[in-house]
Design a protein. Structure first.
Length: 93
């Protein structure tokens, strides 16, 4: 399972802009993409999203996704205590 930066931020008890700022500060992001995609591939990945526009033809965008092990890894990298964040039980059956 992978999460958007907004979803990962919510799990870490942060806002998306705050998570991005902290990740840039620690050198984990360059722009909004992983700074070291090969090194961090177990935790972060780049999602390519192509689409067709009538006027401009094929368009491409990229975004960062956080893999499941990446949540704990990010918490460790950013010095966030995951035990202090209330568990989100909204997806439990």
């Amino acid at each position: 399972m992978e999460r958007t930066l907004a979803q990962a931020a919510a799990q870490l008890g942060l806002t998306r802009p705050k998570l991005i700022a902290l990740m840039r500060e620690k050198g984990l992001l360059k722009g909004n993409l992983p700074a070291y995609p090969k090194r961090d591939k177990a935790y972060l990945r780049v999602k390519d999203s192509p689409w067709y526009d009538e006027k401009c033809g094929m368009q491409y965008s990229q975004s960062t996704r956080v893999m499941q092990p990446g949540i704990r890894w990010l918490a460790d990298q950013l010095g966030i205590d995951l035990t202090a964040i209330p568990a989100d039980r909204s997806d439990v059956a």
